[in-house]
Structure formats: C-alpha cells, structure tokens
Design a protein around this ligand. Sequence first.
Ligand SMILES: [Cu+2]
Length: 489
Amino acid sequence: MNGTSQMDGTSYVSQCAVPPGSSFVYNFKADQAGTYWYHSHEKSQYPDGLRGMMVISDPEDPYKAQYDQEIVISISDWYHGQMPDLLLKFDQPDNRMRDITPDSNLINDTVGAKFEVVPERTYLVRLANIGGFVGQYFWIQNHAMTLLAEDEAKEDATANFPIVSRMDTGSFSSHVPWPKNLDAVAWLTYDTEADFPDPDVLEDKESAYALDDMALEPLDKQPLLEPVDRTLAIDIDMKTQEDGIIHWLFNTISYRTPTLPSLFAALATGPEATDPKSFERSTQTFVMEHGQIIEVTMNNKHMWKHPLHLHGHNFQVTKRTKGLVETTPEGRAPMRRDTINVNGHGWVAFRFRADNPGVWLLHCHMEWHAHSGLKATFVEAPLQLQQRLRLSNVSATLDPSKACDPGRVQVISSIEESVGVFDGTDGLTRHAYLHPTPLLIAVIALICSLGLICAYLWRRSAGTQEGIYSRVPMVDIEENDKPNAAEPP
Ligand SMILES: [Cu+2]
C-alpha cells in the first residue's frame, strides 16, 4: 500500500464505510509478493465470512525451482452465532472482558478438507490464519515442513495423513468454557480410497515444538534501522469506561470510531495536520515526520497474548520477551512482519522508517479486542501526504457528521502514476452495483408475463381445435368424496 493510503480499506481511518448498494474500487499496485488475506474493516464483519485469501505471485520467486505445486490453506476459528448478536452479548457491563470463545475450527472454511498430493512431489504451502480471534498451531502429521524450502519427508504413498490446526489456548480466559474441540482436521491425501485416520493424540504441549519466528531472517538481510529518531512506548491495558463496560486501551485511551475519517482530517487541516490535536482524541493519534526511524515498544500489562498489527509497514522486530527471557535477532538481520504476537506480561519492540505517507492503524488483530478499543492511529508524514492526495471537497469536512454522506467527499490522487493506468473509477461509486432484489423482481415479472401470454394463446387455440388435455376425463372430486350410501354407517 505504499503511496495509496486511501486504498487501505480501514473504515473511518482511510475512507468512509461502503454503504449498502454502493461499491468501492480498490486500486493499488500489487508490488509486494506474498501470501495475504483481505477482510472487511468495518463493524466486526469479517469473522462472519467477509474475508478471503490473496496471493501475489513473484515472477522472480527465488524458491521456484524447489517446489512443484502450491497448496493454499486458510485456518480460522468459527462461531455458530453471528457477530452482531455476539457483540451485544460481549458489550455487557457484567462481561468482565471475557472474550467469546469460538464454536469450531476450520481449515479452508470447512471440516475434513482433503488436499490430494502425489508422492515424491514437493509442495509449497501458503498458510494464513484468517480467523477473528484465536492463534493456531499448525502441523502435518508424519511430514517435516521447512519454511520456504523443500519438504524431505518420504512417506507411505498409499496412506493419508492428518493436517491439524489447533487453537492456542493461551488466547482464552480461564473464566469461560473452552471449545470442546480445539482442532481443525484435514488430510494430506495420497489415496482417496484409503482410510482417513484421526490425528494422533498430542498433549497440549506442542507449543514447545513451535517455530520461534524471532529466529527468521529476511532474504534481503535488511540491516537494523538506526539510529532511532523517536520512541513510542505503548501500554496494553484495560479499564472500565464511562459506558460501564471494561474496554481495552492503548495507554489511557480506548479507541472510538471518529465521525470524520482520520485521512480526511489529515488532508483537510493543512499545516495543522502535524498536530495530534487536529484529530479526535479517541483515535489515539501519533503523528510522525517523514523519514524518521520510529521504534515502538509495546508493553502487555495482562496475561493474554495479543497479535499486534500495523498497517502500511513491514516492521523490524528487535526484541520480544517471554517470561524473563528476552529474545533479539542476535547478529542476524531482524525479521520483518506486519503482525507480531506479544506474550502475556511481556513486551515487544519494533522499528520502521516513516517513508510511507498515510494514515495507518495499529491494532490488536483479535476482533474482540479491536472492537473494544485496542487501536491507535499513526499519521505518517502528513505534509508529504497532502502533496500526493487531496479531497474533492474540503469544506464538506467542516461538518464531520455529514462528511460521509454519499458522494460528498472523494480522496483524489495527485500522482496517477503511483497506481499506473486504470480505465475505471476508483474509490466510492454510487449505484455501480446492481442490487439483486430489483433484478430478481424483473426476472420474475418477465416469467409471469410470458406465462400469461402463453395461457391466453393456449385458451384461444383450445377454442378452435381439440387440445391434448381436453381428452383427459374430468372427475368431480366433491361427488367422489361423498360417503357411499350403500355402506353401513
Ligand atoms: Cu488483543
């Protein structure tokens, strides 16, 4: 999303929400190869299904020669209720921040998926957790997996092997019932006629074998960014707010959706956009200067893990603690991520260069926590941003309550080459989407009209010649249904 903050898709951060019956064209340059997923960033909609995986292929994939085929796998927790109802239950004063635990666990949005494979071939597995809440441990039974490298297992080609994704119980409060079944199971399928065995029973200690992502090193070996120009210390905390409900907070602020999208505020306020006070306080806005190296330290004051996600950057993770153990890259180039798990009562530190002018969210990717306020806004290089983007109607932002009325304000890119040639209209488009209801009514009306015309023509033809149905003997049902007078009562 470098250079196209207005296409980031975060409602009331980079755009207005897309109203029913409208469409929004996301126009951006897919120049960052990898395995991603997309999802709604409005009203906790994505755990109900408004999400999917997105693969950006690399024409110069350095591992291309090392695998034969790709398998794309999503894993996700799943709720039998829908989010609007679950949020009502969640937002109760007597709910002491007990996250609602999922009912089920899915691989590729189903139970018992089968991935057919051929012996001796090597597969690249692209894996993403697209769930709303729980972290997962993933393994394929009897198969060694190497991250972005060859799978060297030689297994029985007449058997099938369980693929397991297990919910990380470190996400759950001990005060709520845990899901009955933590595992999602699919099968690596060599032979569709053979058995599909249950996975081996493992004690819940598999996390000891899990990959420590701090040990990863990026291929480009980007050196540690230094010196740090600015340090942000952010505590993860929770506290009862004025609505009587316990909310999550970054430092002392629980994020509330602003009336005016923060990007609109950054573009409408001129030089004052460098002042955090130009943004609604509840958006917890940090303003960064162009090119600064920022180090963010996030300190978890509670016992649960949080997957912290920053939009607009792949940051270098420089430290993470677990208990009393502190892990650093130790002489390697630091791994780069856009999401990092912070452990219970632990902390993480990450760095990035503020070279992507835009308005970007930092938030926990557990939807209960994000919904409950665990979000902050990074306004990055607003003066440079104002040179790239402008508003179609600045004065319309003076009444924030109306700024998101349909058609009122558009964000316009000043540098078209940032996204190349595009022959459509990007951004919010009114009535571009044909709603299915009027379409359905039109089709039904057409069918009914044709039916009436046919019936009329048939009746006319029946009057002039003997139709086939005229030979069917007519039965007077009422007469036949009368009791037979000869039978005794
Ligand atoms: Cu969280």
